[in-house]
Design a protein around this ligand. Structure first.
Ligand code: SF4
Length: 72
């Protein structure tokens, strides 16, 4: 499972920061995902955060969402 935070949607409410292994504030106080791939034992937490984000800023990144030639 991979996640990203849509910076245009995140309001920095901090609700997801309780899952500190997965999310943390960046220098602008908005959330960012701290790990490239969510470890198996954090998937439940990550999913809860995704579903409870008040603005829906947390999005799952599907494995095939990024074409290889566009991947950084
Ligand atoms: S819960 Fe959503 S809006 Fe709040 S800090 Fe996390 S990503 Fe941003």
């Amino acid at each position: 499972m991979k996640l990203k935070v849509n910076q245009d949607a995140c309001i920095g409410c901090g609700a997801c920061f309780q899952f500190e292994d997965v999310f943390g504030p960046n220098e602008d106080g908005q959330s960012e995902v701290k790990v490239d791939v969510i470890p198996e034992d954090k998937v439940a937490e990550a999913t809860e955060a995704l579903e409870s984000c008040p603005t829906g800023a947390i999005e799952e990144v599907k494995a095939d969402a990024v074409p290889e030639d566009k991947a950084a």
